[in-house]
Design a protein around this ligand. Structure first.
Ligand SMILES: Cc1cc2nc3c(=O)[nH]c(=O)nc-3n(C[C@H](O)[C@H](O)[C@H](O)COP(=O)(O)OP(=O)(O)OC[C@H]3O[C@@H](n4cnc5c(N)ncnc54)[C@H](O)[C@@H]3O)c2cc1C
Length: 417
């Protein structure tokens, strides 16, 4: 096995999203002056997947979806390879391949994010229709075009996760007749307990959304009227477009099989090192410690991707300069946090939604808000907050719901220390 004994080969960053950009910033801020070779499969500046639904819904312009300016990226002095996707990462030989060439690296950060999946979508019987999905700017462009098409009046969203709900909001913003079908009994899969989800559902219904919960799409057939859907309950409906948000899969297919420890994503330590000392991973492609469970999990949120990228960049800069990686660089883990508003109904959550034997749930309802707390009895007999949901009937920037959310998030984080 070739070892990265010299610093002459570049540091490689595969994937140019928030994890990749923050890795590059941290490398430079930590004094690394060598070549940083970034492998990007997009021809634009790095974009924010968070903003794609706002673009599709007409709330943001195309340019507003790019958090970093051309000048800010240029300042990092990166060697950006736009050869299309990386097709192979071979950790044993320290080599990265694209369709057009092979490149050596000294250290590599994998920051390739995730791809939306249509698991369980049966396809359209007599047509090659591809459902709408949402992650990249190309996805957003396709969604926007579909929603703005005057012949599109009826949108069916399959899935009840954050991404599904943001897609639904984009449809509502275009005044479409919106239906959401979800296999679970409530929306906000895995992020909300029923009490909070029910209030959110009330908000959606008030906006005219038809909810078909506890069911799924059984079959779809193209007819003259549109896409005729039969649901698992036997009910039917006809739609002009179908969006599917059935989860994400980490982009790791290009990694030489067996070369790195993989679970659902690349398993990393608290410096974002994979099982190979010269390969790091950050963002939605990394499985670091989730602080409440103590397990290695994907925490697929923007802040985590940014922090993990920064951690990997700083750790590599230290290693290559021969200095010890400082304790302050360590990322002991993270917790999941989510904030979503759909046309004025707000939902904020953090921590775990697993109600295990040693946990209790408390619900406090007020006129405009439901707050659900999940407490855990510790071994010392103390009660610590490990999760919460807030659903508020209005989304007032900087309002009380946001204050409570920030305070409870800090409380959960403090309990993890
Ligand atoms: C619709 C939507 C809404 C969201 N809303 C929120 C929110 O409100 N709050 C929040 O915290 N998080 C949200 N998220 C999640 C958040 O966007 C992600 O956690 C974050 O962007 C992950 O960053 P990343 O750098 O790991 O991945 P990405 O930003 O996806 O970047 C990965 C990059 O790698 C590229 N790539 C992939 N494969 C290859 C390859 N083989 N070679 C080269 N390049 C490759 C990809 O094209 C992409 O450019 C949302 C996500 C979506 C899709």
């Amino acid at each position: 096995m070739k070892q990265a004994t010299t610093t002459s080969a570049p540091v490689a960053i595969v994937g140019f999203g928030t994890a990749g950009v923050n890795a590059a910033i941290a490398l430079r801020n930590s004094g690394y002056e060598g070549v940083i070779r970034v492998f990007s499969n997009i021809e634009t500046l790095p974009y924010s997947p968070i903003l794609t639904s706002y673009y599709a819904g007409g709330e943001k312009s195309y340019d507003e979806c790019f958090p970093w300016s051309y000048d800010e990226i240029a300042e990092l002095n990166l060697d950006v390879v736009e050869d299309g996707p990386v097709t192979k990462l071979d950790p044993a030989d320290h080599v990265i391949s694209t369709a057009n060439g092979t490149y050596e690296y000294s250290k590599c950060i994998v920051a390739t994010g995730a791809t939306p999946m249509c698991w369980g979508f049966p396809g359209v019987d007599n047509d090659d229709y591809q459902p709408l999905v949402l992650r990249s700017m190309d996805d957003a462009e396709r969604l926007k075009t579909a929603l703005e098409n005057p012949s599109c009046k009826r949108l069916l969203v399959s899935g009840a996760s954050m991404v599904a709900l943001k897609t639904l909001e984009a449809g509502l913003n275009h005044n479409l007749e919106c239906t959401l079908v979800g296999i679970n009994p409530h929306v906000l899969d895995f992020n909300a307990l029923p009490e909070a989800a029910i209030r959110f559902e009330k908000g959606l219904r008030a906006k005219g959304v038809t909810l078909k919960l506890g069911q799924k799409i059984e079959s779809v057939i193209r007819t003259d009227e549109g896409l005729a859907v039969t649901f698992s309950t036997g009910e039917t409906g006809v739609y002009d477009e179908i969006s599917v948000a059935h989860g994400m899969k980490s982009n790791i297919d290009f990694i030489e099989p067996g070369s790195l420890e993989v679970d659902r994503a690349l398993v990393v330590d608290e410096f974002m090192r994979t099982s190979d000392p010269d390969v790091y991973a950050a963002g939605d492609v990394a499985q670091g410690t989730e602080l409440i469970s103590g397990e290695k999990r994907i925490v697929g949120i923007w802040k985590n991707a940014a922090l993990q990228g920064a951690c990997a960049g700083q750790a590599i800069a230290c290693e290559l300069s021969g200095t010890e990686v400082p304790e302050s660089c360590k990322l002991p883990g993270s917790i999941s946090t989510n904030t979503i508003a759909v046309n004025g109904t707000l939902f904020i959550s953090a921590g775990t939604m697993d109600v295990t034997e040693n946990r209790t749930v408390e619900v406090r309802e007020s006129e405009d808000m439901t707050v659900v707390y999940i407490f855990e009895e510790t071994q010392r007999g103390e009660r610590r907050l490990v999760g919460f949901n807030i659903t508020c009937d209005h989304d007032e920037p900087g309002g009380r719901a946001y204050d409570i959310g920030a305070m409870l998030t800090l409380r959960i984080e403090a309990g993890c220390r």
